[in-house]
Ligand binder design. Structure first.
Ligand code: NI
Length: 255
């Protein structure tokens, strides 16, 4: 019943036990997964996993943190990979001023080109926004009709209202279970039920009580439970809602 709309199973952190782990997730209630690529290689790996596991879908894209990897014909390759039948989105793409504040213009240009690709292919986008809220909002506003999710939402309540008005979904991850969570919880409080997605960002951002360990989709329930608590739902209702939302945004039909 869980849909983890953001988990990097192509990551090296899963090299030792990737197949066994993915096979075991169904027993833990995980029904669907999206693995977003971060560069050409990882996008390709995500698609390979999608070919192997019917419940796993891929997104392809160039992450702003890996700017130096995206030269040459990287964008053409992303376009080519996006044609795969199990590619459901362009991502993860966006702006990251935490890791690299020095190449903002390059990041913005790459973000825009990938948004334009998504619109051309009529696919949603998965947006990474780290300490770049103003610029991310300014850019996505330039593309009416663009659909997608702000992954691991970390902006203000005001920005959330703006995004929701524009039709965006907000993704919530392990950090909402942390003691110092405040901004993301404010956004969650005002987010309508039909715009909530639940993500793990595995192998990163493990929720309490798994914090500090490698994350995987079986921990999605801790995030779902927190969402249920904030929104006054049962954990099952929260999970079912997010699953339906993910299927709607990414155009996935349940088996
Ligand atoms: Ni991610």
């Amino acid at each position: 019943m869980y849909f983890d709309t953001h988990a990097h199973y192509d990551d090296g952190a899963f090299d030792a036990d990737r197949e066994e782990l993915l096979k075991s997730l169904g027993e833990n209630g995980v029904e669907l997964i999206i693995d977003p690529g971060c560069d050409v290689d990882s996008s390709r790996k995500a698609l390979e996993l999608a070919e192997k596991f019917p419940f796993l879908y891929a997104a392809v894209g160039l992450h702003p943190e890996e700017l130096e990897k995206h030269g040459g014909d990287a964008l053409d390759k992303v376009r080519e990979l996006a044609g795969h039948p199990k590619c459901v989105a362009i991502g993860e793409i966006g702006l990251d001023y935490y890791w690299d504040a020095s190449r903002r213009e390059e990041q913005k240009a790459l973000f825009r080109r990938q948004i334009e690709l998504a619109m051309e292919l009529d696919k949603p986008v998965i947006v990474h926004d780290r300490e770049a809220h103003g610029d991310c909002l300014e850019i996505v506003r330039d593309y009416p009709g663009l659909r997608g999710v702000f992954h691991c939402y970390s902006g203000s309540a005001e920005m959330a209202k703006e995004l929701l008005k524009l039709g965006w979904y907000l993704g919530f991850d392990g950090p909402i279970t942390y003691k110092n969570a405040r901004k993301a919880l404010e956004a969650l409080e005002l987010c309508p039920l039909e715009r909530i997605l639940i993500e793990t960002d595995s192998p990163y951002l493990s929720p309490v009580p798994m914090r500090g360990k490698r994350n995987d989709s079986s921990n999605l329930r801790y995030v779902a439970d927190k969402i249920a608590q904030i929104k006054g739902l049962s954990p099952e209702e929260a999970a079912a809602l997010a699953l339906a939302n993910g299927c709607r945004l990414f155009g996935i039909e349940r088996a």
